[in-house]
Design a protein around this ligand. Structure first.
Ligand code: BES
Ligand code: ZN
Length: 637
């Protein structure tokens, strides 16, 4: 279940048609602008090989009435190819007002906005000023910006104030800032953000714990980051410092529960520093978002964005924090250069996550999570093409929208774990530590990683790490036979209970569940032999009260079964769950399951109609086609 259904990330909500624009020098936009061929990054139209952004100054005001960000950005850039006369930026659904140079004359520059090219958006071509001074772009976003979600007060915990948050990964920063939206380019930034006085603004930058009195917030991000780590949130947010590096920002009612739930974060930082070197980003804060946040977490630097569905009350789902924190090394420090290299971010991160969970919660929990993840991965792989089963999906054969799946995460993690076991922890830890230092603040490809691996590890252990096996991991389908299969006694005990219950020698209430962790419950629910009769569903629910479970993951797995076996007493909870939560990993499988049961198609449509307005544009884009929902109006404001 942990497998992410991320195909929606690159696809767009709706393909908003763009009317031709007049550029200020009078030329009409054209579809035939000379845009980047996409050789280096097929998901960006930017000519970043010729000219690249180095620093950005943002000045935006958040208008909650119209659901737009309005203002300007100043782009500083470095010209790499002296023959370049233009800079091409990525944009999507932006209204560009005016583009000028930054000098005493504020001279207007000529520009053209290309027609939208889904899923990439519209290339914005700007003629560079002769003196190569910075460029100032006045613009505003549109309410349907794919990278922003504007929440009404009713969609927040407090219910009184609205909320705004961004989700830029993978290619949505372009829907709120005109920029070179590729992980291959890094820049620093400053920002001035104006929000209603009652609200606080936060960014993936140095945040000030003090609330401003006039609603103006200033930010500085001194470390160079790629565009997908640009992040903003605005809401009625309280602040609580919980340890040396860690503070929590959350709506009042989530503040204490989150402080308890994520209390181990500092220990995780310490464990990570011991393994992979200094934490290089200053503080590590957590922002708890409203439940409509479409992901579990997002590793925005200095300030991870976290779903409240990870607050289980017993710290049992805090591997999510270990994961987002791990990105401070794999992803934010050493970054995949293209999205087809995603495993360099997510596979490494999933491996480090497991190491941190082991350090903080012990080996047993780490192995249980590994076993659950392996099971999900194998299930997911069964439905993937051979190409999609590769770690590196780079190459012409794959459709650009098919690069995201659980493969990058868990196959990547098992690959690194295999190497670790082959060469021993000491050597592998040392290798990774050096790797992060060597490529710090750079974006790299799979080939660059392989070259480095060969020179710095394989050369020392040629027998233990045959290149043929490494290539099989990276370019082969499925999972190599050499995979270390995680096995835990805890799950064997549960399997034993299930067998005895199945053959009638014990009843459900004789199963000793008193010390079970979330991971054991998840294993139990997944291991119940199917099909399950209504009578057994009732018995399970009566004994274990699954329908009432407040653990989002356990409830999810139970609701899946309830749909599959049409267990009606759980429908009320199902409706509530789908209206409350917008995290794609938790809601998409439930809609899919309802659509797989003909009798429940109607229920799916009914729930979706109610729940959809509360979902993020990405979640809407994912679920719309699943339930055959036709958005009423497609168009732009
Ligand atoms: N960076 C990802 C989320 C992401 C990936 C967003 C690709 C858009 C495109 C984040 O670190 C992540 O992996 N989140 C997981 C956490 C889980 C694996 C513990 C999630 O949201 O479920
Ligand atoms: Zn991740």
């Amino acid at each position: 279940m942990r497998i992410l259904l991320l195909l929606a990330i690159l696809s767009l909500t709706a393909c908003h048609s763009q009317k031709p624009n007049k550029s200020i020098d009078g030329t009409t936009e054209s579809t035939h602008l000379n845009l980047n061929s996409g050789a280096l990054d097929p998901h960006s139209m930017a000519n970043f090989e010729d000219v690249k952004i180095t620093h950005m100054e943002l000045d935006l005001a958040a208008d909650f009435k119209d659901k737009v960000l309005k203002g300007y950005v100043v782009l500083n850039y470095e010209v790499l190819n002296p023959n370049t006369t233009q800079i091409i930026l990525d944009t999507r659904d932006l209204k560009i007002r005016r583009i000028t140079t930054i000098d005493n004359t504020s001279r207007q520059l000529s520009w053209q906005l290309a027609a939208a090219k889904p899923p990439l958006g519209s290339g914005l071509v700007i003629k560079l000023p002769e003196d190569k001074r910075p460029i100032r772009i006045e613009y505003q976003t549109k309410p349907q910006a794919s990278g922003l979600q504007w929440l009404n007060p009713a969609q927040t915990a407090g219910g009184k104030q609205p909320f705004l948050f961004s989700q830029s990964q993978a290619i949505h920063a372009r829907s709120w800032i005109p920029l070179q939206d590729t992980p291959a380019v890094r820049f620093t930034y400053t920002a001035r953000i104006e929000v209603p006085r009652e609200l606080r603004a936060l960014m993936s930058a140095e945040n000030n714990p003090e609330r401003s009195i006039d609603g103006i917030y200033q930010f500085n991000m001194p470390q160079a980051i790629p565009s997908y780590l640009m992040a903003i949130a605005v809401g009625d947010l309280e602040y609580k410092n919980i340890s040396e590096h860690v503070s929590i920002y959350a709506e009042q009612s989530f503040l204490e529960p989150a402080a308890y739930e994520f209390a181990k974060t500092e220990d995780m930082i310490k464990a990570a520093e011991l393994l992979y070197g200094d934490y290089r980003w200053g503080v590590y804060d957590l922002l708890i978002l409203p439940p409509s946040f479409p992901f579990g977490g997002m590793e925005n630097p200095r300030l991870s964005f976290i779903t409240p569905t990870a607050i289980a009350g017993d710290r049992s789902l805090d591997s999510l924090i270990a994961h987002e924190l791990s990105h401070s090394w794999s992803g934010n420090l050493v970054t995949n250069a293209r999205w087809c290299d995603l495993w360099l971010n997510e596979g490494f991160t999933s491996y480090i996550e497991a190491r941190l969970v082991e350090a903080v919660h012990g080996q047993e929990r780490m192995i249980m999570e590994a076993a659950l993840n392996l099971q999900s991965l194998q299930k997911e792989m069964a439905d993937l093409s051979l190409l999609e089963q590769r770690l590196s999906t780079c190459g012409k054969d794959l459709d650009s929208e098919e690069v995201f799946s659980g493969v990058a995460y868990d196959k990547g993690r098992f690959f690194l774990e295999w190497m670790e076991k082959q060469v021993g922890r000491a050597a592998f830890d040392e290798f990774l530590n050096q790797y992060f230092d060597h490529f710090a603040f750079q974006s790299i490809t799979t080939i660059q990683f392989l070259d480095y691996l060969q020179e710095n590890l394989v050369s020392d252990f040629p027998q233990k790490l045959p290149m043929s096996v490494i290539n099989e991991w990276i370019y082969g389908p499925g999972l190599p036979d050499v995979l270390y299969v995680p096995v835990t006694d805890k799950f064997e005990v549960i399997n034993g209970f299930i067998s005895r219950w199945q053959n009638g020698s014990i009843s459900l209430d004789e199963i000793d569940t008193s010390k079970w962790s979330t991971q054991e419950w998840l294993h139990f629910v997944r291991a119940i032999p199917e099909p399950i009769s209504t009578h057994t569903m009732q018995d399970l629910d009566k004994t274990f009260e699954f329908t009432k479970s407040q653990n989002s993951e356990i409830a999810h797995d139970w609701l899946l079964l309830s749909i599959r076996y049409q267990y009606e007493p759980a429908y009320g909870r199902l409706i509530e769950y789908l209206k409350e939560i917008g995290r794609m990993k938790l809601i998409v499988p439930l809609y899919e399951e309802m659509m797989a049961v003909p009798e429940l198609n109607h229920l799916a449509s009914r729930i979706y109609k109610k729940a959809r307005p509360g979902y993020h544009p990405l979640a809407q884009a994912k679920v719309d086609p699943l339930v055959n929902y036709q958005p009423q109006t497609i168009g732009q404001k």
